[in-house]
Write a protein that binds this ligand. Structure first.
Ligand code: P6P
Length: 332
C-alpha cells in the first residue's frame, strides 16, 4: 500500500486523519477536529445537491441579491443554510460570517471558534455545470468564551487562522485544508460517503505556465497589469479562467500557475473578499509553498476593517506572483 509522506496510507479517511493529527497536539481538545468534521459533513450534503441541481428546481436565481449586491442563486441560499445548520448542530462554532449574510450569525456563545465562509463560490456557473466551490476560514475567538461574539473576534488577520480550506465540487469532490502544518487533499468516495486522503502534503510548483485573469477587463486594468498579461502571451503561457476561483486556484496549485484579480477603477479594492475567500486560499497557498498578496503585502497580514471588505488578489506559484507584483510601481 503506498504510504503518504506523512506515513499514513493513501485512502485514510478524513476522520482518521484528523484524529491522528489531533494526537500530535497534546493540548488539542478535539473541538477543532469536530469543527472540521462538521465542515466535511456540510460539504457532503451540498455535494449531493450540486450533483442533482439540474434535476431539481434549485438552479437559477432567487430574485434577491446578497450583501455584495450579486444575484443570489438558489443553490447559494441552500448551501448557506446547510453550512450554517451543520456548524450550529456540530456545537463547536460561536459565530459565522458568510458571504450570504450582511451581519454576523451568532451561534453558541460557549464555543471557541468562529468561521468565515463563502458557502458556494462561482455560483454564476451553477446553471452551466461548471465546477464551483466552498471556501472556509477558522479562527479562535478573542473575547471570553460565554460572552456574545464581537466583530473583533472575526476581524482578525489571516495569520491568526487556525484552519482554512475549500471544497471543490468538480469532476470529483475534494476537500483541501490546512491547520498550519501542510496542505492535504481528500477526495469524496461516493460509494462510502467518506472523504479519503488522496493528496497529502500538496506543494504548489514555484513556477508554471498557466495564468488566470478575466481578460475582458483588460482595458480597465492598470498599465502594469496589462504589461504582465502581455508578457504571459509573449512567453506563450496558457490562459485558463473559468470564473470559479476555487477551481482556477486548485488547478494552478496542482500544476503551477497564477490567479489574478486586480483592482480596477470600477472596483478600486478588487472584487474578492478578504475574510472568506482571500485569507483562506492565502493560507492554503503559503502552506503549499505558494504566495498570496494584494500587490503590496501578504494577504494574511492585512488587518480587516469590515466583514465583507474586498482586496486585490495575486495568488499561486511563488515565482509567478513575484514576477507579477514586481511590475507594480513602488510609489503606489
Ligand atoms: P468575474 C465568482 O463570483 C468569483 O467570486 C470567483 O469565483 C471568480 O474567480 C470571480 O468572481 C469571477 O469574477 O468578474 O471575472 O466574472
Amino acid at each position: 500500500m503506498n504510504k503518504s509522506k506523512l506515513g499514513l496510507p493513501i485512502g485514510t479517511t478524513l476522520d482518521r486523519f484528523i484524529k491522528r493529527k489531533e494526537e500530535e497536539f497534546s493540548y488539542a481538545t478535539g473541538e477543532l477536529s469536530q469543527l472540521l468534521r462538521d465542515i466535511a459533513l456540510a460539504g457532503k450534503i451540498i455535494n449531493k445537491e450540486v450533483n442533482k441541481s439540474g434535476l431539481l428546481d434549485i438552479t437559477g436565481g432567487v430574485g434577491g441579491k446578497n450583501v455584495q449586491g450579486e444575484d443570489q442563486q438558489k443553490l447559494d441560499v441552500v448551501a448557506n443554510i446547510r453550512f450554517t445548520r451543520a456548524l450550529k448542530n456540530g456545537g463547536m462554532t460561536c459565530a459565522i460570517v458568510s458571504e450570504e449574510n450582511r451581519k454576523i450569525i451568532h451561534l453558541n456563545p460557549n464555543c471557541r471558534y468562529v468561521a468565515a465562509i463563502d458557502p458556494l463560490d462561482g455560483s454564476s456557473n451553477i446553471d452551466v455545470n461548471v465546477s464551483i466551490g466552498t471556501i472556509f476560514s477558522i479562527y479562535k475567538r478573542i473575547s471570553p468564551v460565554g460572552s456574545r461574539v464581537r466583530e473583533e473576534d472575526i476581524l482578525q488577520k489571516g495569520t491568526e487562522q487556525v484552519a482554512a480550506g475549500y471544497i471543490l465540487y468538480g469532476s470529483s469532490t475534494m476537500l483541501v485544508y490546512t491547520t498550519g502544518r501542510g496542505t492535504h487533499g481528500f477526495t469524496l468516495e461516493p460509494s462510502l460517503g467518506e472523504f479519503v486522503l488522496s493528496h497529502d502534503s500538496i506543494t504548489c510548483p514555484e513556477n508554471g505556465k498557466i495564468y488566470s485573469i478575466n481578460e475582458g477587463n483588460f482595458y480597465k486594468f492598470d498599465p502594469w497589469v496589462r504589461e504582465y498579461i502581455e508578457e504571459c502571451k509573449q512567453n506563450q503561457l496558457s490562459a485558463r479562467y473559468i470564473g470559479s476561483l476555487v477551481a482556477d486556484f486548485h488547478r494552478n496549485m496542482m500544476k503551477g500557475g497564477i490567479y489574478l484579480y486586480p483592482n480596477t477603477e470600477k472596483d478600486p479594492n478588487g472584487k474578492l473578499r478578504l475574510l472568506y475567500e482571500c485569507n483562506a486560499l492565502g493560507f492554503i497557498a503559503e502552506q503549499s509553498g505558494g504566495l498570496a498578496t494584494d500587490g503590496h503585502q501578504r494577504i494574511m497580514t492585512i488587518q480587516p476593517e469590515t466583514l465583507h471588505q474586498r482586496t486585490p488578489l495575486y495568488l499561486g506559484s511563488a515565482k509567478m506572483v513575484e514576477k507579477a507584483v514586481s511590475l507594480i510601481p513602488a510609489t503606489l
